[in-house]
Each structure stands twice: as C-alpha cells, then as structure tokens.
Design a protein around this ligand. Structure first.
Ligand code: FES
Ligand code: FES
Length: 161
C-alpha cells in the first residue's frame, strides 16, 4: 500500500514519518513515535483510553488516521507536565487515589485538562457526565471525581492569590 509522508508536532517536537493511510493515530503515537503513555483499549471510540489533544481539543486517537493529523499540533500525556513537574491535576490524581492500574488515567487526564480549560468550575454532575466518556475498571470513579474537584478548588486558590 502506498505510504504517505506526514509531519506532526507532538508535545513540541516535530515528527516527519511515512505511514500507511490506514494507520490509526493511536498506533502512530505508540508504535512509530514511542509515546506509549497513550493507551489503546477498545479501538472503537468507547473507552476513552486513547484520548489525546489535537489542536486544542480532546479527541480519541483510535478514531483518527495518522494521515489526518498531518500538519497538526498534538499533546499527549507525556506533554502534560509543565517544566518537568506534574500538574495540579496529576498530583491530585495521586493524592485522591484517582488511579490504580493507570490504564484509563492518561485519557482522563487529557480530557479533564481540556474540559477544565473550557469549563473551569463544573458541578459534580457535569464532571460525571464528562467522565462518562471514559471507562475505568479499577477505581469506581470516586477518587477520580475527588481529584478533579480538588483541582477546581486548587485552581481557584491559585487564581485569587
Ligand atoms: S481505544 Fe480509543 S476509545 Fe477505546
Ligand atoms: S485505574 Fe485501572 S482502569 Fe482506571
């Protein structure tokens, strides 16, 4: 099958690669770029494990072909930490026991980061609705919701101080 040249910026680094047109973006990130923090669960858009940020919006990388990402800016879980330090959200996932095996965590962190930028103070119900796009088999979601709620509170303190 003919291969296509693509140029994608991921976490600030430019990747120029040749890919088959049917290669999924999730496979490109993991197998070509070595960014294995993006996980693959269902491969049909249900579990949310593969979520990455493309041009400022959280998307499921198993529902995109790598060729569709040509020329785009992508942020994966590896690019979330700031200056080598975990973000408040990441720290709160640890502190509030929002993860166990961590399989779903990367996708949830990427989605939540995007969500809180667009809606900084969601209600608990709204947080749960956002999380309904992510399947976690370990935590029962309580710790995840607490981690997000604590982040909202921490962000308020940062803004007002
Ligand atoms: S692997 Fe993409 S949504 Fe499940
Ligand atoms: S922490 Fe294991 S699937 Fe969510």
């Amino acid at each position: 099958m003919a291969r296509h040249s693509i140029k994608v910026t991921i976490n600030g680094k430019v990747y120029e690669e040749e890919v088959e047109p049917r290669m999924l973006l999730s496979d490109f990130l993991r197998d070509v770029c070595g960014l294995t923090g993006t996980h693959v669960g269902c491969e049909h858009g249900v579990c949310g494990a593969c979520t990455v940020n493309v041009e400022g919006a959280a998307v499921r990388s198993c529902l995109m072909f790598a060729v569709q990402a040509d020329g785009q800016n992508i942020k994966t879980i590896e690019g979330i930490a700031e200056n080598g330090e975990l973000t408040t959200l990441q720290k709160n996932f640890i502190e509030c026991h929002g993860l166990q095996c961590g399989f779903c965590t990367a996708g949830i962190i990427v989605s939540t980061e995007d969500y809180l930028k667009k809606k900084p103070e969601p209600s608990t119900q709204e947080i749960k609705e956002m999380l309904s796009g992510h399947l976690c088999r370990c935590t029962g979601y309580d710790g995840i919701v607490k981690a997000i709620e604590k982040t909202i509170e921490d962000n308020k303190t940062t803004v007002s101080s």
